[in-house]
Design a protein around this ligand. Structure first.
Ligand SMILES: Cc1cc2nc3c(=O)[nH]c(=O)nc-3n(C[C@H](O)[C@H](O)[C@H](O)COP(=O)(O)OP(=O)(O)OC[C@H]3O[C@@H](n4cnc5c(N)ncnc54)[C@H](O)[C@@H]3O)c2cc1C
Length: 461
């Protein structure tokens, strides 16, 4: 046991523990237990925290008991579903980790195109179940992201231009509030809370069940075009012209990727409509410059989802990421991107840009999601496995971000944030922030749920 873990264990009172374990149905893990070192870790290994107790909940009553344990002893609490927060918000130091990953129930109603999920359900699990009925919730391409954490913060995926964000599909939430009450929020009940949960959902309670609307999808025309990085200026300038004429439902991603020999610029596309029309839409893109690789073809949607993302594959990685938004790809932006992308410190470092457009991505909607805007959403990222590689990788991300920031709008997608301070959280919610503070003061006036991209309770609430 490490010194940190030993100190944390000593701090916990045995009598309280015995009391708690009498009523808690799930597993309780303490420092020194065999599984503690594994279970306390989150996806981003740069985050290394030691909770006093891990409460692995199996039902909503367990969640209530874990909240009371933390409150009664004035301990901080972290809430975890899939553990994929880049900021590492799925774990805290010296508090209670409320781990919802054992809660994996899924109930699908294909006739009504609806699914109800518990918080431990992961992206690939939901995709497999819904695709058995040729239905889907628009999810990202990472198979192990928690669907609840993803959707409560917005949720962007390749079907977003056609069907909307993950949060647009939420029709009902069941949650436990900071004072241990079971509450249901929907268009009919607790309307303010329902508004807030769709975009800022980590702040108001612990969601124990989410009902989501499903969309029909079976196959897509998708794949990527790869160009050597030396052609990046030409390709990105072409993209800026091309996007002005594309139909709403085309998903378009640009990523600088490692490749043996020379780094590559990857243009990824997903067309969820009629394939022949998609071929026509994609024809100018496929023809303007011969790529090293063109994998675009009709495939099952599930195969497209399995094709993966810009994240490295197997293994445990630390990561640093800074994200933002560009209105357009001006020659100045392209110059900054190409200069920095060509000098990445590790193979697994780069920038990814997604072009958001169409109704779902640009028109205001009545929810708390603050990143509904057209233009280029970008994230600069670096991954490393040896801790000595960390400082250089982080410096590169920060330098790149600082160079692009003056050309950016200042908007940011909340699920992309690391620990970056209150100003960046405000930027993520823009004009919705003040209303969120009011709702926070009603449902969590003491800011019990604070291990998150935090909305502070309004003082006059
Ligand atoms: C490899 C990778 C790929 C990704 N790809 C995409 C992508 O394609 N599109 C996209 O939009 N996002 C993507 N993300 C970001 C991801 O959607 C967010 O980090 C999301 O918050 C992760 O949810 P989680 O449940 O896995 O994480 P967790 O770390 O468990 O939780 C994230 C936040 O939500 C809170 N929370 C978790 N569960 C609950 C609950 N039940 N009730 C209330 N609050 C809760 C946590 O306290 C924390 O603040 C990716 C992340 C990673 C690491």
């Amino acid at each position: 046991m490490s010194n940190r873990a030993r100190r944390v264990k000593k701090n916990f009172n045995q009598r309280i523990l015995r009391q708690f374990s009498k009523s808690f149905a799930g597993e309780i893990i303490l420092p020194g237990d065999r599984s503690y070192p594994r279970v306390r870790r989150v996806w981003n290994h740069a985050v290394n925290r030691y909770p006093r107790l891990i409460a692995r909940c199996t039902n909503p009553d367990d969640v209530i008991r874990a909240i009371h344990l933390a409150r009664d002893h004035d301990l901080p609490a972290a809430v975890r579903s899939g553990g994929h927060s880049f900021a590492g918000h799925g774990v805290c130091d010296d508090g209670i980790l409320i781990d919802l990953s054992p809660m994996t129930q899924v109930k699908i109603d294909p006739m009504n195109k609806s699914v109800r999920i518990a918080p431990g359900v992961l992206g690939n699990q939901l995709d497999h179940i819904t695709q058995a009925f040729k239905l889907a919730v628009p999810l990202g391409s990472c198979p192990s992201t928690g669907v609840v954490g993803y959707a409560l913060g917005g949720g962007t995926g390749s079907l977003t231009p056609k069907f909307g964000y993950g949060c647009d599909h939420i029709t009902q939430c069941e949650l436990i509030t900071a004072d241990g009450r079971k509450v249901t929020a929907s268009e009919r009940e607790e309307k303010d809370l329902f508004w807030a949960l769709r975009g800022a959902g980590a702040n108001f309670g612990i969601v124990t069940s989410l009902e989501l609307r499903l969309d029909p999808i079976e196959q897509v025309l998708s794949g990527h075009l790869k160009y050597p990085i030396r052609h990046a200026t030409k390709v990105l300038a072409f993209i800026e012209d091309y996007v002005s004429g594309i139909p709403d439902e085309l998903y378009l991603l640009m990523a600088v990727l490692p490749h043996p020999g020379e780094r590559m610029l990857n243009i990824g596309v997903v067309w969820p409509g009629e394939p022949r029309r998609g071929e026509k839409v994609l024809s100018p893109l496929r023809k303007f410059l011969k790529p090293v690789e063109d994998t675009i073809q009709v495939r099952a949607y599930l195969d497209e989802q399995r094709a993966g993302s810009d994240n490295p594959g197997d293994g445990e990685y630390s990561t640093c990421r800074r994200a933002g938004h560009l209105e357009n790809l001006s020659p100045e932006c392209i110059e900054v991107i190409v200069d920095h992308a060509a000098n990445a410190p590790t193979e697994a470092s780069g920038i990814t840009l997604v072009y958001w457009h169409g109704q779902w991505c640009s028109k205001p909607r009545d929810d708390a999601f603050g990143f509904r805007r057209s233009g280029y959403h970008y994230w600069i990222h670096s991954y490393w496995q040896q801790s000595k590689a960390g400082p250089q990788a982080q410096r590169w991300v920060h330098d790149f971000f600082s160079a692009l920031a003056p050309l950016s709008t200042g908007a940011v997608y909340v699920n992309d944030l690391q620990e970056e301070g209150e100003e960046r959280v405000r930027a993520a919610y823009a004009d919705k922030y003040e209303r969120l503070c009011q709702i926070k003061s009603e449902f969590d006036p003491t800011n019990f749920f604070c291990v998150n991209q935090n909305i502070r309770p309004a003082l006059n609430g």
